[in-house]
Unconditional design. Structure first.
Length: 402
């Protein structure tokens, strides 16, 4: 027991240090400012909408569906590693102690999101329903119980079935969670308790199956690797993650973009950079995500100043990160064997960023139509792209790996 406690404590401390190491690059000053403006603007529009929200608005169902789906997504955090498939085999009969700590952390690390979303919806529930304050806050208790059960059930289901058909399990739990919350919000507590009991019975049935199964180390190790890889990909949008290797996709539907590059020796780097940007998931999806966020904010938030600040901050982040990613590549490239000027790479990256930042500007422009001075965000995106590229440091000058 003590050895398993030490294993969990060591893994947990290492995991927290790893997360903190990269999260300090995520929540930087400029991102914090953007988040403050976004939260403030969305909160203002939310409060203004509540003043005119119709009494027939299905608030109970909307809140139940959103929270219920989040509750059903309860992937266990086990912190298991590949060598554990061998080294923890002698302790397999006592692994329940290890998994108990893992599930406790899973619950506390995931329940907050569902509770926060429910708390944000409380003003809506007060505005369009006849629920009292005590009845609304009773929903938080139901959410905590449902989250605990969802965490336990998903772990036991994965344990007993090696993760097969997990989608069916999640859909079942999502439906039960949605109905439970909805019946609680309409004050039908008897039915809500019955649905909770159904989840308890489902969990007990899965536990019986778990008792007869060996620990599925391979499944949990793979699940943990995928979870951490998702975190590293997210962190890689803000800083360089050394051991992360991005996947490559052809994206033949974008082949027409290569026609922009004229055929000739001087266009070698242009063609190479275009293909690198379009085919590398990390680069391409970074641009897609930041462009979508900028467009959504411009479309939803009807406060011009906020739209301008968000568009500028995301244009700065897009240009800076893509410039670093495309110029600081440590992979060996064939162009290093040929007499191509080093400056051509930087010029090619600048051309690619100009083109795709213009596309970003057009998307933001279209999403801003209807606002006063709707063309300003597009101008900000283009201008900040040029300024950021020229003023920021050139990472290629510090790249010594060949």
């Amino acid at each position: 027991m003590n050895s398993l406690n030490e294993v969990w404590s060591t893994r947990f401390n290492h995991y927290i240090n790893e997360v903190q190491k990269y999260m300090r690059f995520v929540f930087t000053g400029h991102l914090a400012i953007v988040l403050v403006f976004i939260v403030g603007a969305v909160g203002y529009q939310y409060s203004e909408w509540l003043k005119v929200a119709p009494d027939t608005f299905p608030a109970e169902w909307i809140v139940s569906i959103i929270v219920g789906v989040i509750l059903a997504l309860s992937r266990p955090v086990t912190l298991l590693r590949e060598p554990d498939q061998v080294y923890l085999l002698p302790l397999e009969s006592k692994m329940i102690l290890y998994f108990k700590k893992a599930l406790n952390y899973t619950f506390w690390s995931q329940v907050g999101l569902a509770v926060v979303i429910y708390i944000v919806a409380i003003p809506l529930l007060k505005a369009v329903t006849e629920l009292s304050t005590n009845q609304i806050w009773l929903g938080v208790l139901f959410i905590a119980v449902l989250k605990f059960l969802n965490v336990q059930i998903e772990f036991n289901y994965r344990y007993g079935n090696r993760g097969e058909n997990i989608v069916i399990d999640r859909i079942t739990r999502a439906l039960l969670s949605i109905i439970t919350i909805q019946t609680a919000l309409i004050m039908n507590y008897t039915m809500a308790i019955i649905f909770v009991v159904l989840l308890i019975v489902y969990n007990m049935a899965l536990k019986k199956k778990v008792m007869r199964q060996p620990v599925p180390y391979e499944h949990f190790v793979k699940l943990e690797q995928n979870r951490m890889m998702g975190f590293y990909r997210f962190a890689n949008y803000f800083t360089d993650v050394p051991h992360l290797k991005g996947s490559i996709k052809q994206r033949s539907w974008l082949n027409f973009v290569y026609n922009i590059v004229p055929y000739g020796k001087k266009s070698t780097q242009n063609y190479l950079v275009y293909r690198t940007f379009i085919r590398t998931d990390d680069h391409f999806y970074l641009w897609v995500r930041l462009t979508l966020i900028s467009g959504i904010i411009a479309f939803v938030v009807n406060i011009p100043v906020v739209t301008w600040i968000v568009a500028g901050a995301l244009a700065f982040a897009t240009t800076l990160q893509l410039k670093y990613a495309l110029l600081s590549s440590k992979d060996f490239r064939m162009d290093r064997l040929y007499p191509v000027k080093e400056s051509q790479r930087k010029e090619a990256v600048q051309k690619v960023l100009r083109l795709f930042m213009v596309v970003q500007a057009i998307i933001v422009l279209l999403c801003s139509v209807g606002q006063p001075l709707f063309f300003v965000p597009a101008i900000i995106v283009i201008v900040l792209n040029e300024i950021t590229f020229r003023v920021s440091k050139d990472p290629s000058k510090h790249d010594y790996s060949y």
